[in-house]
Design a protein around this ligand. Structure first.
Ligand code: AP5
Length: 602
């Protein structure tokens, strides 16, 4: 299956079981659209993203999309943690809540939280809560709100309830209780009320028996126990006398209306005066439907985010590349466009087995020759690349060169000052990725360890009088066939204090520097000797051609980039000049004119 630029988005439920994503299984997954409770279900929605803009989301920390996004060969795989079902069941005493809960738990795997059961176990354990609750329960009155609410919220906060979903039985039973939940933003997906005529309820209560061993609910005539042995151990609840049932019923009637008003929008009344299997059939179909709607809503949210991301960052909107690149600081939208552009290109190159790569991106914030240079932007780019590869299960070493030279000449390039510290203090997420999948080091052979899968080198560069290339070469030799990615390297010779650097081994150094292949290139073009206005841009994103854009003013405050030409390899200043002047290719001319200066840059 060819995955390159497949306009498809695959959503997988329950991320932890889905990652890392086996590329070979994509085809088998992509066609299934499951809405079951299975943790391995996948669904597919068409992607509106144009070619080359299939982007990777790195949402904010609190969205479940955050670390769960993967991109393989241009195929966008979005994973989301499925929100489990949350159900409340209510009804008068003996309406059959407990009986239905047994069946719901069996089918949907929810965590059953019954306040009656919780209280009864406190009573039989003789706890302080139990002792306080006992007198209320035995007389058929409600136990004070603060006791029950604390018990319920504590139970709901446990991991099993969060992961599997919950089925709340017998709570809330008063307006105050429902309001406590609302305040905590605990809301069910559906609120089921079992409706049973009063005269039937009394008989059900009086005839109810419980198995203290299995917890199963029986009725002396409706559901008699299966064996004599079970029958012998059955117990009667102390509040199941006719008198107490009547009192419980009164309390229920008094409170139920008030609670209903909180859940009117999700209320589902079910006739509870049928065979228990029949009632369950109705509940089953309701919950299955709610579950489907929930998944559909979540998919919708993901798709919406996906579309809005696509819309906000698409080349369409910017007509090629982002505009307003002279506005400093760059907007987050612009930065994210470039981070994403670099990420896509680098991933494609690494996936194609390239091992010596470089990213060169010179937007104003990443151009150290400009006053507006921001080390934070460079670090953010590095973080996104490293996290994304780590997300693929790779171990990344992020390296910043240390101080070079000795004595009075010791120091490091200004562009990198403090960068190691910044990297160490950066927010790398809460997943313990630093020190495991991502390690920070410096440049040199001794930094290469066996477990490293790839290396990202932050702006390696020569300093006046000192050359980084020997350390770099030793490091790449040690890395062998593992990818080494240079981000904005500056490996041209700089003048040495005694002129040594320019002469000794220069050819070899340049040859080595040239052995790194561009997987991404972006440079703004200006008139010779100026940094304003922007005349155009040159962009290359592996494995595509170099694209030359011209910036055009549309109306005051509005601009666009139009593509002038494409080139298989990096164009020379002369070729760029020709394209701007509308000259045909390969026409013999002098390297002069407004773009002539660029030949030096390239
Ligand atoms: P709790 O245990 O919650 O009692 P309840 O709400 O009165 O409900 P029941 O357990 O009596 O009945 P059910 O609807 O579960 O019916 P079941 O399936 O067992 O609460 C007990 C006490 O704790 C309260 O009174 C209060 O003091 C305290 N408390 C609890 N929550 C509280 C809160 N939030 N705030 C304050 N205090 C709280 O079925 C009943 C019988 O009918 C069984 O014998 C069964 O076999 C039979 N049956 C079931 N379905 C059918 C059917 N379809 N056809 C025929 N028979 C059936």
């Amino acid at each position: 299956m060819i995955l390159h630029y497949s306009p498809t988005v695959i959503h997988c439920n329950n991320v932890s079981s889905a990652l890392p994503f086996p590329t070979s299984s994509h085809s088998s997954l992509s066609s299934s659209s499951s809405l079951s409770s299975s943790s391995s279900s996948f669904s597919v929605i068409p992607s509106p993203l144009p070619r080359q803009r299939l982007s990777s989301f790195h949402g904010s920390k609190d969205t479940y999309l955050k670390a769960n996004t993967k991109t393989k060969l241009g195929l966008k795989v979005m994973c989301f943690q499925k929100e489990p079902l949350k159900v409340m069941i209510s009804g008068p005493p003996a309406s059959g809540k407990g009986t239905q809960c047994e069946m719901i738990v069996q089918k949907f795997g929810l965590v059953h939280i019954s306040t009656g059961d919780l209280l009864r176990s406190e009573v039989s354990a003789g706890t302080e809560i139990g002792n306080r609750a006992k007198e209320y329960m035995n007389s058929g009155r409600l136990v004070p709100d603060e006791i029950v609410t604390a018990m319920v919220t504590e139970r709901l906060s446990q991991n099993d309830a969060k992961e599997k979903g919950w089925l709340l039985d017998g709570y809330p039973r008063s307006l105050a209780q429902s309001q406590s939940l609302e305040k905590l933003k605990i809301r069910p997906d559906t609120y089921i009320v079992l409706d049973v005529p009063e005269e039937i309820l009394i008989d059900r209560c009086v005839g109810r028996r419980l198995d203290p061993v299995t917890g199963k609910i029986y009725h002396i005539t409706n559901f008699p126990p299966e064996t004599e042995e079970i029958k012998a151990r059955l117990v009667t609840r102390p509040d199941d006398t006719e008198e107490k049932v009547k009192s419980r019923l009164e309390i229920y009637k008094k409170n139920s209306e008030a609670i209903l008003s909180t859940y009117l929008d999700i209320l589902k009344k079910i006739d509870g005066n049928h065979q228990k299997e029949e009632i369950f059939k109705e509940i089953n179909s309701l919950l299955s439907q709610v579950q489907k709607e929930k998944i559909a809503t979540e998919l919708g949210k993901v798709a919406l985010q996906h579309e809005s991301h696509a819309a906000s960052s698409s080349q369409e909107r910017w007509r090629g590349i982002p505009t307003r690149l002279n506005n400093i600081p760059h907007s987050r939208e612009i930065r994210e466009y470039f981070y994403d552009d670099v990420l896509q290109a680098t991933q494609r190159a690494v996936n194609d087995g390239k091992t010596r790569l470089k990213v060169e991106i010179n937007i104003p914030e990443l151009n150290p020759e400009m006053d507006v240079y921001r080390i934070g932007t460079l670090m953010e780019l590095v973080r996104i690349l490293a996290l994304s590869f780590a997300d693929d299960g790779k171990r990344i070493k992020v390296c910043v060169q240390g101080s070079m030279g000795e004595g009075a000449l010791a120091g490091m390039p200004l562009q990198l000052a403090g960068s190691r510290k910044i990297l160490e203090f950066m927010d790398w997420g809460d997943y313990g990725v630093i020190g495991t999948f991502i390690n920070i080091g410096s440049i040199g052979a001794k930094e290469v360890s066996e477990q490293d899968d790839m290396f990202i080198l932050v702006a390696p560069q020569n300093a006046v009088g000192n050359c980084i290339i020997d350390d770099l070469r030793a490091m790449t030799d040690a890395a062998g066939s593992r990818p080494v990615i240079l981000i904005n390297p500056r490996l041209k010779d700089l003048p040495g204090s005694s002129g040594i650097m320019q002469t000794m081994g220069r050819d070899k150094r340049l040859e080595y520097a040239a052995s790194f292949e561009n997987c991404y290139f972006f440079r703004l073009l200006y008139y010779a000797g100026t940094q304003y206005p922007i005349m155009g841009a040159l962009r290359m994103s592996y494995p595509y051609e170099y694209e030359l854009f011209k910036r055009v003013d549309e109306s005051p405050g509005k601009e666009k980039y139009v593509i002038l030409s494409t080139f298989e390899g990096k164009p020379t200043g002369e070729e760029i000049n020709d394209a701007f002047e509308g000259k045909p290719r390969n026409q013999v001319k002098k390297a002069a004119g407004i773009w002539g200066f660029l030949s030096g840059v390239f």
